[in-house]
Design a protein around this ligand. Structure first.
Ligand SMILES: [Zn+2]
Length: 81
């Protein structure tokens, strides 16, 4: 998702995708999930970003909530079938 990836740059080297945060210069392994949790500051799986602007942080928190809701809805649909 563009709104997630625009805040990190990929770091060369290694077999896994490593990214560096444009705000805090933190680098860590991971996909969009971990980038969002870093920027949202949830402290889940990845250290929280201390430099992220509040508006970006808010958007990331909303994206994480939407993902949770999506997953919950999919579970509920499966149970209804
Ligand atoms: Zn950061």
């Amino acid at each position: 998702m563009a709104s997630t990836w625009q805040y990190v740059v990929s770091v060369e080297g290694g077999t896994k995708r490593k990214v560096k945060c444009k705000f805090s210069e933190c680098s860590f392994m991971g996909g969009a999930y971990r980038v969002r949790h870093h920027l949202a500051g949830t402290g889940r799986d990845v250290q929280p970003c201390l430099m992220v602007p509040l508006d970006v942080k808010n958007v990331m928190q909303i994206l994480i909530w939407l993902e949770l809701i999506d997953r919950k809805l999919a579970e509920m649909k499966r149970e209804l079938v």
